[in-house]
Design a protein around this ligand. Structure first.
Ligand code: PLP
Length: 439
C-alpha cells in the first residue's frame, strides 16, 4: 500500500483535537479491517474504541461496503421533505423491529448532536400540541454529553464544552452527576450507592414548579464524560419522578444503542423505559453519518391531528433518511443479526471485566469501572496539569499499536463488539505496559 501523507496540514481545523500538537507529530490512519487500523507508516493498531464508539461490527465489513456501493449507483439522493424512497421506510421498519416494545416510530437525523436537539424539540412541541405550552423547561445533568449543538450543549454538563459559548438555551437546569468514587471505586457493573441522586429532580421540580418542565434528558450510561454507570435504582427513580409530574424522560442512547451493553439498547438492559430515545453511531456502524430519535406511539400520535395537508412537525434535515445512509444501516443491522452482535457483549462481559480489573494496583490507577464491552480506568491527575497523564498514555499506546480514548484523566475503552478473547488479552497487556511506563 502506498503511504499518503498530505504535505500541508494547515487547512483542516480538526474537531476536538489539540491541533498544534497533532500537526507537529501527526497520527494518520490510512486503512482499517475488522479490529485493526493501519497507519501511514504501515503499523497495525488494535482498535480499543470502535473508532469513536461507533464501529460496533468492526471495520471494512463486506455487506456494508457492498450496500453503499450498490445504493450509490442506484439512487444516490432523494429529497427528504414531502418525498420518500423505499430504503428509508425499510430501515425505519427494521429499526422499530429491534426496538423495545412501544417504540414504533423513528425520526432520522445525521448525528448524535442532531438527535439530541431533535428529541428536545419534540418534547417541547409535544406538550404544546397537547395544550401544555407552559412546559418549556429542559433538565439535564452535570457531566452529561449530548453533543455540541446548542440544545445538547445547554442540557449537557461538561464544563469545558460549555464555557466558551455564551448563555445557551434559557430555562435549562441540571441535576447532579452520579460519579461517587469515595463510595463506589472499583465497582464491577452498576454501583451500589447513589440512587438518591435522582431525588435532586424533585428539588428542581419544587424550585421551578413541575408543570413548567417539559423533559429530563440523561444518558442511561454516560460514556463521553468517562464512563459513569447508573447506580442501582437510579434510573427507576428518575422514571418515577417524571411520571409523577407529567415530565417526559429522554434517554440519549448514542453510545449505548446497538449492543454496547449486551442488549440491543440500554432500555432493554436496565429495564427502564423513557418516552423518547436518541441513537446514532452504531446505527450505520459509523460508516455513513446518521442518527435518529425513537419515539413512543404516545408522542408520535399526539402530533397527528389537524388538517392533513399541514406539516405536523416543522423539523428535519436535508439528509434525514439519506438513501446511502439507509442502505448502510440496513446492511449494518443484517451484519449485527447474522453475527449476534446486539447481544455478544453480554457473553464477553465477564471475561472483559476480569481483564480490565486486573489493572488494579498499577501506578496512578484510582478507579476502574465497567459494563458490557465498556471499561474505564481513572488515573490520578498530575498536580496542576489535569488531562496530561491520560493524554500521554494515549500517545504511548498509539506508538505501541493500541487505540484508546481519554477524557480528562480517564481512559475509556469500547472495542468493536467482534473482539476475540485473544484481542482482549492483547489490549489489556499493552495497556498494562503503558500504565507501568506512565510518568
Ligand atoms: C451520548 C452522546 N450523545 C451525543 C453525542 C454526539 O454525537 P455526534 O458526535 O454524532 O454529534 C455523543 C458523542 O459521543 C454521545 O456520546
Amino acid at each position: 500500500m502506498t503511504a499518503v501523507r498530505p504535505n500541508d496540514l494547515a487547512s483542516f481545523w480538526m474537531p476536538f483535537t489539540a491541533n498544534r500538537q497533532f500537526k507537529k507529530a501527526p497520527r494518520m490512519f490510512v486503512a482499517a479491517d475488522r479490529m485493526r487500523y493501519t497507519t501511514d507508516d504501515g503499523r497495525s493498531v488494535l482498535d480499543g474504541t470502535a473508532g469513536l464508539w461507533c464501529c460496533n461490527a468492526g471495520h471494512n465489513r463486506p455487506k456494508i461496503v457492498e450496500a453503499i456501493r450498490a445504493q450509490a449507483g442506484e439512487l444516490d439522493y432523494a429529497p427528504a421533505f414531502q418525498m420518500g424512497h423505499p430504503k428509508a421506510f425499510e430501515f425505519a421498519n427494521r429499526l422499530t423491529a429491534i426496538a423495545p416494545e412501544g417504540f414504533d416510530h423513528v425520526f432520522f437525523t445525521n448525528s448524535g448532536s442532531e438527535s439530541a436537539d431533535t428529541a428536545l424539540k419534540m418534547a417541547l412541541a409535544y406538550h404544546r400540541v397537547r395544550g401544555e405550552a407552559q412546559r418549556v423547561r429542559l433538565i439535564g445533568r452535570e457531566r452529561a454529553y449530548h453533543g455540541v449543538n446548542f440544545g445538547g450543549m445547554s442540557v449537557g454538563g461538561i464544563g469545558g464544552n460549555r464555557k466558551m459559548f455564551g448563555q445557551m438555551l434559557g430555562g435549562v437546569d441540571h441535576i447532579r452527576h452520579t460519579h461517587d468514587p469515595a463510595r463506589n471505586a472499583f465497582t464491577r457493573g452498576q454501583p451500589e450507592h447513589g440512587a438518591e441522586f435522582a431525588d435532586e429532580l424533585e428539588r428542581i421540580c419544587t424550585l421551578h414548579d413541575p408543570s413548567t418542565i417539559a423533559a429530563v434528558i440523561v444518558e442511561p450510561m454516560s460514556g463521553s464524560t468517562g464512563v459513569l454507570i447508573p447506580p442501582k435504582g437510579y434510573l427507576e427513580r428518575l422514571r418515577a419522578i417524571c411520571d409523577k409530574h407529567g415530565i417526559l424522560l429522554i434517554f440519549d442512547e448514542v453510545i449505548t444503542g446497538f449492543g454496547r451493553l449486551g442488549s440491543p439498547f440500554a432500555v432493554d438492559f436496565y429495564g427502564v423505559k423513557p418516552d423518547l430515545f436518541t441513537v446514532a453511531k452504531g446505527m450505520t456502524n459509523g460508516v455513513v453519518p446518521m442518527g435518529g430519535v425513537y419515539v413512543s406511539g404516545k408522542i408520535h400520535d399526539a402530533f397527528m391531528s389537524g388538517p392533513e395537508h399541514l406539516i405536523e412537525f416543522a423539523h428535519g434535515y436535508t439528509y434525514s433518511g439519506n438513501p446511502i445512509a439507509c442502505a448502510a444501516g440496513i446492511a449494518t443491522l443484517d451484519t449485527y443479526a447474522e453475527e449476534g452482535l446486539l447481544t455478544r457483549a453480554a457473553e464477553l462481559a465477564p471475561y472483559w471485566e476480569d481483564a480490565l480489573h486486573s489493572l488494579k494496583g498499577l501506578p496512578h490507577v484510582v478507579d476502574i469501572r465497567n459494563t458490557g464491552l465498556i471499561g474505564a480506568v481513572e488515573l490520578e491527575s498530575i498536580p496542576g496539569e489535569p488531562t496530561k497523564r491520560a493524554f500521554s498514555c494515549f500517545l504511548d499506546a498509539f506508538e505501541d499499536g493500541l487505540l484508546i480514548r481519554t477524557t480528562g484523566d480517564i481512559i475509556a475503552l469500547s472495542p468493536p463488539l467482534i473482539i476475540a478473547k485473544a484481542e482482549i488479552d492483547e489490549l489489556f497487556g499493552k495497556l498494562a505496559e503503558v500504565l507501568k511506563r506512565a510518568a
